[in-house]
Design a protein around this ligand. Sequence first.
Ligand SMILES: [Zn+2]
Length: 207
Amino acid sequence: MKTWYNKLPRAIDVVPSPNFAIRNFHSSATLSPGRGYRFFMLAQTFIWVRARTLRQFIILHRALLSLILILAFCANCSIKPEPLRYSKDNCSFCKMTLVDDKFGGELVTKKGKVFKFDDIKCMISFLNSSERKAEVYSYELVVDYAHAADEFDLIPASDAFYLQSSELKSPMAGNVAAFKMLEELQDYQKKWNGSAMSWNEVKEVFK
Ligand SMILES: [Zn+2]
């Protein structure tokens, strides 16, 4: 069907090469090289070849950019922690069912894959395993012992305070509890003794 914009010259007649278009329409693009960037370049070339006019190229190109923004937004949305479901979920390291809601942890990879643990000892053993050592995680979380029944009981592992005591009977005998508040750890320490530790020190214990 003939429309008014089809009377305009074809994009390919006006712009000498796709590189020209990339320079002119995407000089501020900050896409990093990778699979997404290769898809973008391929889709852009396809649009360039198919577009009958420069106007069509611009319209399709804006649609492509919108699609990429939506996909990027959705990808980030899917990367989030999940609640630990006791009596249902299994530990990703020892494969036992999660049973004690005062203990446990969770790792979420950059791609949104979630790993759950029944004991901090299992989580650290998993982090140290040869096949996982190079992985980078968006979230490293542990259960707050003092607020285990609360809705938001998972706290960042690196910010938590840890108490190791033989009085703590954790599922896989790591016997380490995590606390969001140092004062709460100290209250339990008065009862049970044991050693207060940082996340790095706990990682050394179970190395
Ligand atoms: Zn385990």
